[in-house]
Each structure stands twice: as structure tokens, then as C-alpha cells.
Design a protein around this ligand. Structure first.
Ligand SMILES: Cc1ncc(C[n+]2csc(CCOP(=O)(O)OP(=O)(O)O)c2C)c(N)n1
Ligand code: SF4
Ligand SMILES: [Mg+2]
Length: 300
């Protein structure tokens, strides 16, 4: 079945009236992941934009049509471990155990519980929507925020000029846990995203599956909401966010033979407004080196 048929036939379990900003990548990712996983899903969404806007909404007027838990910012994977093991004991292998968590809840606060659950090979699909910051609390920097980004804790001024460090590349770190399945995906490449959610769900019946999804955030990144998919597409096209997957057959990189430059990717994104040529060059170097590492890992 084509990905369009999958999405056409699947029910959207997020009720109308969601209070996410217009053009929110996280909303599109949440809706798509849950459309693919279906009604037989228990989802854990830690505090963040998708818990606030997706589950609670305005005046508790909207929500999900499936069971949803909001664990703490730092314990999503251990919380879902309990849920997963309980369903396992009941013999309910038909139930999908899914996390949809922000980068703060995944790469920073929740990393200890995530790494531990991955190492134990707990049966779940953990999806991180990476908008490169703590958006729900006012756009603070996280460890996945790109170098040079203007955030509320890394302002542009006379002392610093945006975030000083390069981002932590979490998906590769996660793959090194020896997972059943690990992949990166982007809402600009829907067919690829849907296929990877399907593979992740299948793998979650055997052990831990991890999906790291690029999540454009017009409000925190300061660009027009209608540009969200273009921003995501350019992140992939520039190798700032390469698409790849890893399963029992090893790594597989989606080759990008004619990448656009990082300078082209950052154009028009407010949080990158003050990047100097040196910082752009340093991000380019990181993107090139990362792509090369993934290419070598994928070589047969
Ligand atoms: C231990 C702890 N510290 C701080 C908070 C406040 N808090 C709630 S949501 C959030 C931001 C989470 O960021 P992320 O996981 O990236 O999700 P996003 O808001 O970007 O969707 C923070 C800091 C909290 N809930 N728990
Ligand atoms: S702040 Fe960003 S991540 Fe949060 S709802 Fe708005 S667009 Fe989505
Ligand atoms: Mg975030």
C-alpha cells in the first residue's frame, strides 16, 4: 500500500482544535506517527509542545482518541518500559507502545532513562521530534540546538553571538546502543517517514526502535509558518539533517549526491540571522563530516 493510501485510510486520532502554532512540524509528526500506529496504541508524551498543545490544548477542549500518558520530562522511556512489560505479560502483542517526545526530553533530561531502556532492548517505538530547543517554555537551547542559533538562553549580543557549541548528534548515539531499528526522518519526506514508522513499529515487537525526526518550529526559529516544509526539505538537501536507517543489515544512507550549501539552508531563518561566515563554515564542516561518517558506515 502506498504511503498516501496508508494516510488516507488511517484515522487521525488527534481531535480537532489542537493549539499548536500554524506550521508546527511537531503536530504533523504526532498526527502522522499516530495515524500509522492506529487505535491500538498507548502513547507517552512528556511535557513539551506536543503534550501541551496536542493533548491538553485550549481549556482541555481537545486531545487524543487513544490512551495517552504525560510522564515526567526525564522518565518517558522508563515509564513506557512498565507499560510495555505489563502488556507483554498479558500476551497483548497487538498493542503498540509509542513515545512522542521532544529533543529536550530525549537528548537532555530524559537521556539516562532512554539510554537504559534502549540498552535493555525494551519493546517500544521511541520517536523524538527535534525542534532544537525547549520550545514549550520559551525557546531555550538544548543539546541538539545548532551552533549559532539565537535562543532565549543563547542570545545575540556583545558577550555571545547565539549558541556556542555544535549540536549533539543523537540518532547516531542511539544507533550505537545496538537497537532493533534506528532511523532519521523528516516531514518533508512523507513516504520515507511513513515507511520508517511502519518499520519501527514492526521492530518494536522485538525490542527497542528509535526514530529521530526533524521538526521545524516557525515560532521558535522565526520564519514564516508556510515555510515549514521548505525548511525541513532544505535541512535534508544540505545534509544538515541526512536521512538514514539502521537495522539488522547495518546502516543505509539515503544518498544526496548534489547537496545545497549550509549557507543556503540557513537563509530566511530568523534564529540564524546573525551567523558569521566562520560559523557557517564550521557548520558546513560538521555536516560534511557527519555525512562522510554515515556514508562509510553504509558502505557494503
Ligand atoms: C524536570 C523538568 N524541568 C523543567 C520542566 C519544564 N518544562 C516543561 S516542557 C519543557 C520543554 C521541553 O522541551 P522539549 O522536550 O524539547 O519539547 P518541546 O517543548 O520543544 O516540544 C520544560 C523545560 C519540566 N516539566 N520538568
Ligand atoms: S513553539 Fe514550535 S514546536 Fe511549539 S507548538 Fe509552536 S511551532 Fe510547534
Ligand atoms: Mg524541543
Amino acid at each position: 500500500m502506498s504511503y498516501i493510501d496508508v494516510l488516507r485510510e488511517a484515522k487521525d486520532v488527534v481531535t480537532p482544535g489542537m493549539s499548536a502554532c500554524q506550521g508546527c512540524g511537531g503536530e504533523l509528526i504526532l498526527r502522522t506517527v499516530l495515524q500509522v500506529s492506529g487505535k491500538n496504541t498507548i502513547v507517552g508524551i512528556p511535557p513539551g509542545c506536543m503534550a501541551g498543545a496536542g493533548v491538553v490544548g485550549w481549556n482541555y477542549a481537545n486531545g487524543l482518541e487513544i490512551p495517552v500518558h504525560i510522564p515526567l520530562l526525564d522518565n518517558t522511556a522508563s515509564f513506557l518500559t512498565g507499560v510495555s512489560q505489563m502488556y507483554e505479560r498479558k500476551g497483548r502483542t497487538d498493542v503498540n507502545i509509542v513515545a512522542v517526545a521532544g529533543d529536550g526530553a530525549t537528548a537532555d533530561c530524559g537521556f539516562q532513562s532512554l539510554s537504559a531502556a534502549a540498552e535493555r532492548n525494551e519493546k517500544m517505538l521511541y520517536v523524538c521530534y527535534d525542534n532544537e530547543g525547549y520550545m514549550n517554555t520559551g525557546y531555550q537551547r538544548s543539546s541538539t540546538t545548532s551552533r549559532g542559533s539565537r535562543t532565549s538562553t543563547t542570545p545575540i549580543g556583545s558577550v555571545i553571538n547565539g549558541k556556542q557549541q555544535h549540536q549533539k548528534y543523537l540518532p547516531l548515539i542511539m544507533s550505537m546502543h545496538g537497537l532493533e531499528y534506528c532511523a532519521t526522518a523528516s516531514p518533508s519526506h512523507m513516504a520515507d517517514l511513513v515507511a520508517k514508522v511502519q518499520k519501527g513499529l514492526a521492530a518494536s515487537k522485538k525490542g527497542f526502535a528509535y526514530l529521530h525526526v526533524f521538526s521545524p518550529c516557525p515560532t521558535g526559529w522565526a520564519y514564516k509558518s508556510e515555510k515549514a516544509i521548505e525548511v525541513a526539505r532544505k535541512a535534508v538537501a544540505s545534509n544538515v539533517f541526512p536521512l538514514w536507517e539502521m537495522d539488522e543489515n547495518g546502516y543505509k544512507l539515503t544518498e544526496n549526491k548534489n547537496p545545497i550549501s549550509v549557507a543556503e539552508f540557513v537563509q530566511g531563518i530568523g534564529k540564524f540571522k546573525n551567523l558569521t561566515p566562520e560559523v557557517i563554515e564550521s557548520i558546513q564542516k560538521v555536516a560534511d563530516a557527519r555525512y562522510e561518517t554515515l556514508r562509510k558506515l553504509s558502505a557494503k
